[in-house]
Design a protein around this ligand. Structure first.
Ligand code: NAP
Length: 315
């Protein structure tokens, strides 16, 4: 998949686009919207006065709204880019200002919980099309975003049953303008797939870095000095935003626990193979996993570079 942005749209897809939460994802969304001429007006709204001030300085939004209710007035599309646990309260604060026909979307890493939190607050005639860009970095805040973050990556849409197909197509058009490939699935299926591809790997990284930090017989300086032996790659993931990831685990509890159960069983089998000197089991697994890594590279979701191929923001 190409990881560059194409030419800007000749006509915007939405008039007033409101982005709530201008962190890594929200500010990347705003920058991409600006670059690709996706909206006539980009409005930024954030609970934090310091984030609002920084967004005004960075200049990637046309308007920085003083509060959520005024931001929502006259909006054609509102995209919630706040931590998953904050989506319900944000929807509640904006609901009274939303006009019929407006589209609400989000970028949360968990979908079932966001649907349950947001939907009860939405007035009649407001369309809800949840989304999740499978793209990110370990950085946070409005300075961390960049316009090409979503290019060549997947965006998963999870419209609840009965959603107006025209609203889903409009949200799809926005992600496609950002260079994403779009897939549609149910919220429950999304949460199961992401539990194993994203949530459990993050938990493992947090855990292994925590374990290494607590070891008594190995010093902290040795952990840092010899980190190139595999540990370093876990530390990148374990540097991810604590609020965001706390909310992911609290809001995707069932799927994460299900996948962790499977993971623990497989880990026990590996433990047994090591204990009994069963090299064949180890070799066979490592051969299969190497093939999976090659498959990911071939699909264009990764490169063979040792830094995991994380793209740097375009200058
Ligand atoms: P982030 O950089 O921490 O940005 C979140 C922003 O939302 C911050 O500016 C925060 O302000 C603001 N915020 C928090 N609560 C709010 C509220 N109640 N009302 C208005 N603004 C509020 O986080 P992020 O990485 O962009 O993540 C945002 C969303 O994207 C999350 O739902 C996450 O699951 C999803 N996502 C993240 C990634 C990733 O790799 N990071 C990838 C895909 C999807 P404060 O700083 O004052 O708290």
């Amino acid at each position: 998949m190409p990881d560059r942005l194409g030419p800007a749209l000749t006509a915007p897809i939405v008039d007033r686009l409101v982005i709530v939460g201008l962190g890594l994802i929200g500010s990347s969304f705003a920058r991409a919207a600006r670059r690709m001429n996706v909206a006539r007006t980009v409005v930024a709204a954030d609970a934090s006065p310091s984030v609002r001030a920084r967004v005004a300085e960075l200049g990637f939004a046309d308007v920085v709204a003083p509060d959520l209710a005024s931001a929502a007035e006259g909006a054609d599309m509102v995209v919630l880019c706040v931590p998953v646990g904050a989506c319900g309260i944000v929807a509640e604060q904006m609901a009274g200002s939303l006009r019929p026909g407006a589209i609400i979307s989000d970028v949360g890493s968990v979908k079932g919980s966001v649907v349950a939190q947001v939907q009860p607050h939405l007035p009649e005639g407001v369309h809800f099309v949840p989304a999740h860009p499978v793209a990110g970095t370990e950085h946070s805040g409005p300075d961390a975003g960049f316009a090409t973050l979503f290019a060549g990556r997947w965006a998963i849409l999870t419209p609840p049953e009965g959603t107006d197909p025209a609203a889903t197509e409009r949200v799809r058009a926005v992600w496609e303008a950002f260079g994403s490939n779009v897939e549609v699935m149910t919220p429950a299926h999304h949460d199961l797939v992401l539990a194993i591809t994203s949530h459990v790997p993050h938990l493992i990284a947090y855990n292994i870095v925590g374990t290494a930090a607590d070891l008594e017989e190995v010093t902290q300086s040795e952990v840092i000095k010899f980190s190139a032996g595999g540990f370093r790659d876990f530390t990148r993931i374990a540097a991810s935003d604590p609020t965001m990831w706390r909310d992911v685990f609290l809001n995707n509890k069932d799927a994460v626990l299900e996948m962790l159960g499977r993971f623990s069983e497989d880990l026990t089998a590996l433990q047994r193979a090591i204990r009994w000197g069963d090299g064949e089991t180890l070799f066979n697994l490592f051969t299969r996993t190497r093939a999976i890594r090659r498959g990911i590279i071939e699909l264009g979701q990764e490169t063979a570079e040792p830094d995991f191929g994380r793209r740097k923001p375009e200058a």
